[in-house]
Write a protein that binds this ligand. Structure first.
Ligand code: SAM
Length: 294
């Protein structure tokens, strides 16, 4: 059961605690309480997280849990959770498990029947989406694109027709290359938002077509520094389904008895295709066909 900010954490609970993505003011009071009250904090980088702990007067012992030791450490932590200790998992920034370690531990804890409780807060993914001005009712989070160009372009080609808004993470040393590949594969006109250094002193959000965004970033080395989230508009919905051969056959049969408008209306009702498109196809076909012999 989730604890309130006043109550002590239930014994034997794994808390997954979000930390700020830059601005320390985004640390939640509940997150601070949980970090103070648990027996142990499992942190991606203990040196980095000690600065956060010091800032908030947190003296809880810390242990490193990162991608290279997660499997073995997770097993040990689950033993401690089983014995009734409470543990908080944090990463260097934002929400653990979102392009960050923690999956093995959460899975192992759940497998052992240990309660796992989220303490939500910042995440660059949601922060960028919330200001992108692109549809957010459905979206896909793609994390980091592959570092090598061939693999990156292959991944992008597979995503080219994805209709949902796409979200990518990127690091400063690859932002220009990745942005160029996204622009070339998705087309320069596709709308996007590039969010840089969110919640920090040099926060910038650039929006516009991918082509314009790329030019802007290439031209200004300052725009290549820091941490990035790229939010890209999904592929436009295809136009009304194209006229199928079956619909064309039906249309030419009806045209033997009916005027074009009526035939198009009937075929549209039968097939669900667009009436105007059926009408225009029939007119065009009529013009293209040589006059019948008399
Ligand atoms: N767990 C984090 C979260 O919830 O957003 C993400 C961790 S991932 C290892 C780091 C990446 O997140 C960065 O390379 C960048 O793409 C994105 N990111 C993190 N903080 C950011 C910020 N302040 N502004 C823009 N992007 C950020």
């Amino acid at each position: 059961m989730p604890v309130s900010s006043e109550s002590a954490p239930a014994a034997g609970t794994l808390f997954v605690v979000a930390t700020p993505i830059g601005n320390l003011g985004d640390m939640t009071p509940r997150g601070v309480d949980v970090l103070r009250q648990v027996d142990l904090i499992a942190a991606e980088d203990t040196r980095h997280s000690r600065r956060l702990a010091e800032h908030f007067g947190i003296t809880t012992p810390m242990l490193a849990l990162h991608e290279h030791n997660e499997r073995s450490v997770a097993a040990r932590l689950v033993d401690r959770l089983r014995l009734g200790e409470s543990i908080a998992l944090i990463s260097d920034a934002g929400t653990p498990l979102i392009s960050d370690p923690g999956y093995q531990l959460v899975r192992a804890a759940r497998g052992a029947g240990v309660p796992v409780v989220p303490v939500p807060g910042a995440s660059a993914l949601v922060a960028a989406l919330s200001v992108a001005g692109l549809p957010t009712d459905r979206f896909v989070f793609e994390g980091f694109l592959p570092p090598r160009q061939a693999a990156r372009r292959k991944r992008l080609a597979a995503l080219k027709d994805e209709p949902r808004t796409l979200v990518f993470y990127e690091a400063s040393h690859r932002i220009v290359d990745s942005l160029r590949d996204v622009m070339e594969v998705f087309g320069p006109g596709r709308r996007a938002l590039l969010a840089r250094e969110l919640t920090k002193a040099f926060e910038t959000t650039l929006s516009g077509g991918l082509g314009a965004l790329y030019e802007r970033v290439v031209a200004d080395p300052d725009q290549q520094r820091g941490e990035f989230v790229l939010v890209v508009q999904g592929a436009p919905a295809p136009d009304a389904a194209a006229v199928t051969p079956e619909a064309e056959r039906l249309m030419s049969l009806l045209l033997e008895e009916l005027p074009v408008g009526k035939a198009a209306r009937l075929v549209a009702r039968i097939t669900g295709l667009n009436k105007r498109e059926l009408y225009e196809t029939a007119i065009k076909k009529n013009q293209d066909e040589p006059p019948a012999d008399r």
